[in-house]
Ligand binder design. Sequence first.
Ligand code: FES
Ligand SMILES: [Fe+2]
Length: 357
Amino acid sequence: MARESANAPFLRNAWYIACWDQDLEKGPFARTIMNEPIAFFRDAQGKVGAVEDRCCHRGAALTDGRIVENGLQCGYHGLVFDVSGKCVEIPGQDAIPPMAKIKYYPVVEKQEAIWIWMGDPALADESKIIDWPFHKGGATPLPHKKGMLPFKANYLMLVDNLMDLTHLGYVHSRTIGGNPLQHVNAEMNVERTGNGVKFARWMMESNPPPTYVKAAGFTGKVDRWLEFEYRAPCLVLQYTGAIDAGKGAKQNQNQPGFHSRILHCATPETDTTAFYIFAAANGYRTDDPQATEDFYNELIPTFIEDVTMMSHQQSRIDLDPERPLINIKSDAALVHARRAFSAAYEAEQKLRPQAAE
Ligand code: FES
Ligand SMILES: [Fe+2]
């Protein structure tokens, strides 16, 4: 396997979260993914479209336009495009030339997320989109809040960040961290999966971090778990929680305490910038909307601590991107995740060598 560079290439044949359903409420929505400016919109019939954000007439940004009965109307001279990128209307002209079309991207709206496929449309298999049962349309919905933070680093830097939680005690000492050594010495089980890696960290008899105390009102020590699963290339699924120490958490996590489900997605914008797209579900005070709000508001400063760290890290890596990084013991999950990514990337290259970056 080629030596991996900190800056991962784009893996195209995969589903990425492009944005949340809420982003489409106010009309066309612009987001660049893999260096390609894309216009997202919900048409008058409710169908979501993703087309290149460049009009084929004179190159205007379509996100400067508006939604009309038949699709997305360019704000310059009024051409209208449907969700497949086909021009369906030219003001003052009956015949539409066959060349009047723009690139479209397969998109699927599922469980409040707008998923995009940046690779070969013929390979876009909707059944490969994960099930996140905690959102609308899922089997076990929970109150939750969704957000996005842009960051100035290669997208896989976020996966690295989430795969190595020893950073919690250092980067997040004021929020979810707790004692750094508790994290370094936590019991850790790492398991490889078909397209990623899973790990569970257990911190028994530990002091609950401030966020947990606020959320669940712990008064003493807790048994705390952090379960993470990486699914190449871009997703990390998280289940974290805690219950009072000594109550048999390992045998039964499903007891009153703190329970949260977080979906993380790293969506590449350019080679060295990306979107941290996330949703945080409250599984502990499900009938209290303020608890959901508070939990989200606690997470944001934590995630900002991460994106600040990653952005500064990228600025150093940019000085010499090929210079190797070293791995330490606590990087076990990160190393597996990078390997899973490389394997998926290599498989894609074999499949469609012309898709190379
Ligand atoms: S540039 Fe879009 S209609 Fe003219
Ligand atoms: Fe973090």
